[in-house]
Design a protein around this ligand. Structure first.
Ligand SMILES: *[C@@H]1O[C@H](CO)[C@@H](O)[C@H](O)[C@H]1NC(C)=O
Ligand SMILES: [Cu+2]
Length: 546
């Protein structure tokens, strides 16, 4: 297995001099650092878990957390000097890369006060020439978005609701330090990350990200999936590049400086980190594990498989269970996607298994690293400590009954008012101005955001007429399954109709309204989740207006 490494092993011992004083950083020097890091010497850590609820007199009650953002040093690898990062934690000492794993309970609201303790200057380059959060008096602008969260607009982490350390400066949409997460949606896998306008590639690369799990103890128990801190694990995969002194690297020179001094369409790191360690290993027992895998890279897709051919049983994707489990030997994960899989290590015929990545980059047109695999982590299979008697119950039980499970368009129990959604485009300055005539149509009860169709319309008149024509009772095209935040880009030169159906994600289906006003200020945003694209302006306000 070890012959299949990415690079021949080079044992180079670097002294920790500063990159400012050293030779210029080149692609070769970054690859050399990556090649110098021996794989599988650090054990996969688990991030600290934060319970998003209290237990009082035997029942679960809401609670409040305070989480700060800190600059600190983080050890990504035994042989790499400490790396400066920006990370989340309940204190500087407790802060981790990625941040603490927040565990919420379905139906139990959680309040989080997010505090910025970051210094005056960012240690990574960022682009001031596009609509970007730029404080006048220094500091690093930040705001926290809970990805896939069904949250009130004021707690959604609008890109313009940013704030610097001590709230010394705040963006135009800032309204509060404490966010509330109702957790009314399905149990599932979410993640939180920074969302400050234009700062997203740099702030996430620096480490401002973490997992957020909504559990439904009754449902989860029924499914009989591997559970508990040892067997239900988060794997946060993020590619990064390191200079010889251990610093995170982000290129500040654009691909074509004659066009733009800084623009880089996509960041690809040379080192794969999992839970903040470069190529770690994980010791596993001969039994089933639940692995919740997040691709937290800026732009790298992951095509994951296990080196000994063990399959993955996919039980959930981003933020909800699948209708049926899907057995596959390969998982394709775009940036920010989460897959929730069961791996049965009792079926392993080998003692070591590499989690491999074969995705091209940029995806899908980039080069394939022929004959080469990247090990993300290695599972060393130990003899069983106890026999694994566990059997998965049919995952059908996992699915929340939806109002319209088949997506047939019949039985559209859309209590729903139609919602006109305006697309906005940035007009050079900030805040971004609305698209003059762009809009999408949707329904209240948003959660599943299935793009049924896309049709080009000409001019505002035709657009408005189309919205009117589409009554709430009308049959709509079958939405794609799965839940995504991404919507196709609105082009400023055309008016487009996105035929959207927002489906209720309340437990037990039904069409209960949100426990908040989804039309309130400052609205929401939609954006590309290749972070470098988002950072380059592919992010737009989205407001439910009626
Ligand atoms: C940074 O980007 C420039 C322009 O594309 C490129 O020439 C240079 O090699 C890059 N540096 C590194 C270290 O990747
Ligand atoms: Cu996100």
């Amino acid at each position: 297995m070890r012959a299949m490494l990415w690079f021949p092993l080079l044992f180079l011992v670097y002294s920790g001099y500063s990159s400012a004083a050293g030779p210029p950083v080149t692609e070769e020097s970054l690859s050399e650092v990556a090649a110098s890091l021996k794989m599988y010497v650090d054990e996969l850590p688990q991030m600290p878990r934060l319970h998003g609820y209290s237990i009082s007199k035997g029942s679960v009650t809401p609670t409040k957390l305070t989480i700060g953002m800190y600059e600190k040093d983080w050890k990504f690898h035994r042989d790499l000097p400490p790396t400066k990062v920006f990370v989340y934690g309940t204190s500087k000492a407790a802060a981790t890369f990625p941040g603490p794993a927040i565990e919420a309970i379905q139906g139990v609201p959680l309040s989080v006060t997010w505090l910025n303790f970051l210094p005056r200057r960012h240690f990574l380059p960022w682009d001031p020439t596009i609509p970007t959060a730029i404080p006048k008096r220094g500091g690093v602008p930040t705001v926290v978005h809970l990805h896939s969260g069904v949250n009130p607009p004021h707690s959604d982490g609008s890109a313009l609701a940013w704030f610097t350390a001590g709230f010394k400066e705040t963006g135009s949409a800032w309204s509060r330090a404490t966010y509330t997460y109702p957790n009314v949606q399905h149990s599932g896998n979410l993640w939180y990350h920074d969302h400050a306008l234009g700062m997203i590639p740099a702030n996430l690369l620096a480490g401002l990200l973490g997992t957020y799990t909504i559990r439904d103890p009754v449902l989860d128990a029924k499914l009989n999936l591997p559970s508990g801190i040892e067997f239900d694990r988060q794997l946060v995969i993020a590619d990064r590049s390191f200079t010889k002194d251990g610093s995170l690297y982000l290129n500040a020179t654009g691909v074509d400086p004659s066009v733009h001094p800084q623009w880089h369409p996509e960041f690809f790191g040379d080192v794969i980190t999992v839970n903040g360690k470069a190529w770690p290993y994980m010791k596993v027992q001969r039994r089933k594990y639940r692995l919740r895998i997040l691709n937290a890279g800026n732009a790298r897709y992951l095509g994951l498989s296990l080196s000994n051919g063990l399959p993955f049983t996919v039980v959930a994707s981003d933020s909800s269970y699948l209708p049926q489990p899907v057995v596959t030997s390969r998982l394709l994960l775009a940036p920010s996607e989460i897959t929730d899989v069961i791996v049965d290590f009792s079926k392993s015929k080998t003692r070591e298994i590499e989690l491999q990545n074969d995705a091209q980059f940029p995806f899908p047109a980039g080069e394939l690293l022929a004959g080469v695999v990247e090990g993300c982590h290695e599972d060393e299979v130990h003899h069983p400590l106890r026999r694994d008697q566990q059997r998965l119950r049919p995952a059908r039980a996992a699915v929340h009954q939806r109002a319209d499970p088949a997506g047939s368009g019949d039985g559209d129990a859309e209590a729903g008012d139609d919602r006109a959604v305006e697309c906005h485009k940035p007009h050079g300055g900030q805040p971004p101005a609305p698209y003059p005539s762009g809009f999408v149509q949707g329904h209240q009860g948003a959660g599943t955001f299935g793009a049924g169709g896309l049709q080009e319309l000409h001019g505002e008149e035709e657009g408005r007429a189309e919205v009117q024509r589409q009554s709430p009772r009308r049959r709509r095209p079958r939405p794609r399954s799965g839940i995504r935040e991404d919507v196709e880009e609105c082009r400023e030169d055309r008016t487009r109709k996105h035929d959207q159906r927002h489906r209720q994600v309340q437990p037990g289906g039904g069409d209960k309204p949100f426990p908040f006003d989804a039309t309130a200020e400052p609205g929401y945003v939609y954006h590309c989740h290749i972070l470098d694209h988002e950072g380059n302006g592919m992010i737009r306000p989205l407001k439910l207006v009626s």
